[in-house]
Design a protein around this ligand. Structure first.
Ligand SMILES: *[C@@H]1O[C@H](CO)[C@@H](O)[C@H](O)[C@H]1NC(C)=O
Ligand SMILES: *[C@@H]1O[C@H](CO)[C@@H](O)[C@H](O)[C@H]1NC(C)=O
Ligand SMILES: *[C@@H]1O[C@H](CO)[C@@H](O)[C@H](O)[C@H]1NC(C)=O
Ligand SMILES: *[C@@H]1O[C@H](CO)[C@@H](O)[C@H](O)[C@H]1NC(C)=O
Length: 353
């Protein structure tokens, strides 16, 4: 059961510029990308989604916090209360940062201090990011065997799905092995691997998605109390496959309640920006800016007044760290920004007992 609650907070931490277009038209950028088995410099980002990938929130984002709950044992109640209290603390800090706009006194950070026009509110973003680092814990369900679970391909346009699964499996900072301490629960299936391994193109039996994803949710929801407790609202899946959204359709709670992190960020695919997050597709095989596009790029760039161009280029330089794939991941890179998107969506949910 869930009860809509009046909005707890309506943050706006998104970028204010269209990053994706800039990345495509600005071949100045060379990312030091690393794949599962790839060396550096073999890769470029490509953006197939019609929307730019926003860090955290969509600009007009405003979602009521939802309450989810069931009766539970006293001991588990106490643990859940602690988990929720840590989120409440982070909410208060971020809300405070948004009200006070403390740009004049930036937070300390050895690696990077967010700053500049690309952030709607750099201070609030930084506050949120640092709270996430201090607080956020993710439980990865251990059920399921490779190649379909805990694993994914790290080449071609779906690579980010495999990379995320691999980074999540080996992560020691955010991952917890104690599910009672977790703020979110990860369903570690790979839609790409389900399709590659189980889908028969001749029979065209799409029920494999239902059987695999539906079966997995049934398994973890009968074995653990966490799914039923929140109706899936503190659970997330991630997919870069075109069938990522479809894969979630067979489990209504996964579709309507859980956090879905999808490359295929299109409302026609029923992406719900209030609870779902979009995610950059990365092509580790080819350079997406084709030679035939270059005359047009020049025209596009020449059409931009000099001062605006310089400002845009500055913005791109600032933003590029958030799109970098590092192996192992580094603070503020694409892996951490995906985690941050999930963190922000979790902040909008209250789970109670
Ligand atoms: C904002 O800055 C002022 C002075 O620089 C400080 O007194 C105040 O505590 C800061 N607020 C937050 C939320 O950090
Ligand atoms: C998915 O599988 C379940 C259980 O096997 C079944 O009841 C349901 O009808 C299936 N859904 C679809 C859309 O095929
Ligand atoms: C969660 O709910 C489902 C469906 O109502 C039920 O089959 C399952 O046993 C429940 N899980 C737990 C751990 O109680
Ligand atoms: C997004 O949706 C529009 C229609 O709403 C459709 O024309 C377009 O092909 C979709 N894009 C992707 C990448 O699915």
């Amino acid at each position: 059961m869930w009860l809509p609650k009046k909005p707890l907070w309506a943050p706006s931490l998104s970028y204010s510029i269209t990053v994706s277009v800039l990345l495509l038209v600005t071949p100045l950028l060379v990312f030091s990308l690393v794949g599962c088995t790839l060396g550096p410099q073999r890769s470029w980002f490509s953006f197939h989604s019609p929307w730019p990938w926003r860090v955290g929130f969509f600009s007009s984002y405003s979602l009521p916090a939802y309450k989810y709950g069931l009766r539970r044992s006293k001991k588990r109640d106490a643990k859940l209360k602690r988990v929720e209290a840590s989120l409440a603390g982070a909410r208060a800090l971020i809300r405070n940062a948004m009200i006070n706009q403390n740009r004049s006194s930036p937070l300390q950070d050895l690696d990077y201090i967010p700053n500049g026009d690309i952030y709607r509110n750099a201070y609030a973003f930084h506050r949120s990011y640092k709270s996430m680092e201090r607080t956020f814990k993710i439980y990865v369900y251990e059920e399921g065997e490779p190649p379909i679970f805990h694993n994914g391909p790290c080449k071609d346009i779906y690579s980010m799905e495999g990379l995320f699964l691999r980074f999540m499996e080996s992560n020691t900072h955010f991952r917890t092995h104690n599910p009672d301490l977790a703020h979110v629960y990860f369903l570690p299936f790979s839609v790409v691997m389900i399709i590659e391994t189980l889908f028969d193109p001749i029979i065209g039996d799409k029920a494999v998605l239902n059987r695999t994803v539906g079966g997995y949710v049934r398994l973890v929801s009968s074995k653990y109390p966490y799914w039923n407790r929140s109706l899936g609202a503190d659970h997330f899946m991630l997919s870069c496959h075109d069938w990522g959204p479809r894969a979630t359709r067979y489990v209504p709670q996964l579709y309507f309640t859980s956090i879905r992190v999808l490359c295929n960020a299109n409302t026609s695919e029923h992406l719900n920006p209030k609870k779902d997050a979009s995610f950059p597709e990365i092509n580790l095989k080819t350079v997406e800016v084709s030679v035939s596009d270059i005359p047009n790029l020049k025209k596009i760039l020449l059409g931009i007044p000099e001062d605006r161009y310089l400002r845009l280029r500055e913005g791109v330089k600032q933003v590029q760290r958030h799109f970098l794939v590092n192996d192992p991941p580094k603070r503020y890179d694409v892996f951490h920004m995906i985690i941050h998107s999930i963190w922000l969506r979790r902040l909008n949910v209250l789970v109670y007992s």
